[in-house]
Design a protein around this ligand. Structure first.
Ligand code: NAD
Ligand code: UDP
Length: 316
């Protein structure tokens, strides 16, 4: 197949491109480098089945005939989508519409990278796909949450009225190599702080929870969902839930760091808890994550050690 991946220079997009190329597909990657980096694709410089186009998906574009579209383009870390507030709303609206038009034009399948943020600060726990969410429509995070919710509505409309074979992945916090060391997400912040011997910045009292999925597990779930007959949203994430304090402790153990904790203000509308109910993904896709947090942190360390200018392990 010839497959379009938007957001290809980002964390998840670059891993997805690797996975699709390893299966023998051709990949057209597009990105405007809003939050992504060319170095995430450097290893594909001599890959003949990979083409890259630098463009903003908010303007209509034509990648030529494609069989499948994975729409991953969007700022994803809270500090980045707050910095790029209007761009995030545009990418989740005009950008998603442009990529859906491409799928409609070529009769291609379509998968949109949605998010657990659709549940907002959830009143149901764990969150299953039938929960409609508890989102502040005008708070600072709304630029991301509402863009993603609108994108889900738009995707379903293209499925229902234009017959596009669409899929919606509600992704929960995912981490691993190529998560940008400075984009402000908790795992990258904690690992870089631990490696540099700086205090780990815990926002609030650290009792809020998140559920962390290793990137390889997530990509496997995405690929399975893209080949399924399911059009309604499917949660993809690791149901093992940790408080942020437990996450800090896990990072200190994985890195062997003696860093202290520094408590800072909790961001506005920071969700108090987040845990996916993955019964639907288990039943539909025969999928569940395999990599526990401790193992995933270990597998991420060399990437972050290199970013911190530290020697990486011999085993690699
Ligand atoms: P990322 O910031 O590393 O990657 C996003 C990529 O999209 C970047 O390379 C960026 O430059 C590109 N991009 C942004 N706006 C664009 C535009 N208008 N045109 C072209 N390219 C554009 O983030 P990520 O973690 O890889 O996230 C990928 C997708 O998965 C996003 O849609 C995100 O919302 C979703 N997601 C990720 C997570 C996670 O934990 N990583 C969780 C939920 C949802
Ligand atoms: N967080 C933290 N310290 C940091 C970065 C994040 O305590 O240096 C907290 C943040 O307040 C949130 C959780 O960790 O409760 C996850 O944050 P992240 O930005 O990674 O993703 P979110 O799930 O909020 O989109």
């Amino acid at each position: 197949m010839r497959i379009l991946v938007t957001g290809a220079a980002g964390f998840l997009g670059s891993h997805l491109a690797d996975r699709l190329l390893s299966e023998g597909h051709s990949v057209v990657g597009v990105d405007n480098f809003a939050t992504g980096f060319r170095e995430n694709l450097d290893h594909l410089a001599h890959e003949l089945r990979f083409e890259f186009k630098e463009l903003d998906i908010c303007a209509p574009f034509d990648p030529g005939r494609v069989d499948y579209v994975f729409n991953f383009a969007s700022p994803a870390s809270p500090p980045e989508y707050l910095r790029l507030a209007i761009e995030t709303l545009r990418t989740g609206s005009a950008g998603v519409e442009n990529t859906l038009e491409i799928a409609a034009r070529y009769g291609a399948g379509f998968l949109h990278a949605s998010t657990s943020e659709c549940y907002g600060d959830p009143l149901e726990h764990p969150q299953s796909e039938s929960y409609w969410g508890h989102v502040n429509p005008v708070g600072p995070r709304s630029v991301y949450d509402e863009a993603k919710r609108y994108a889900e509505a738009l995707t379903m409309a293209y499925h229902r009225t234009r017959g596009v074979n669409t899929h919606l992945a509600r992704i929960f916090n995912t981490y691993g190599p190529r998560l940008h060391p400075d984009d402000g997400r908790v795992i990258s912040n904690f690992i870089m702080q631990a490696l540099r011997g700086e205090p780990l910045t815990v926002y609030g009292d650290g009792s809020q929870t998140r559920s962390f999925c290793f990137v390889d597990d997530l990509i496997e779930g995405m690929v399975r969902l893209s080949r399924s007959d399911e059009h309604l949203p499917v949660n993809l994430g690791n149901p093992a839930e940790f408080t942020i304090l437990e996450c800090a402790q896990a990072v200190l153990e994985a890195t062997g760091s003696k860093s202290e904790l520094r408590f800072e203000a909790l961001p506005v509308d920071d969700p108090t808890r987040r845990c996916p109910d993955i019964a639907k993904a288990r039943a539909l896709l025969g999928w569940e994550p395999r990599v526990p947090l401790k193992e995933g942190l270990r597998r991420s360390l060399d990437f972050f050690r290199a970013k911190a200018g530290l020697p990486v392990s011999v085993a690699g």
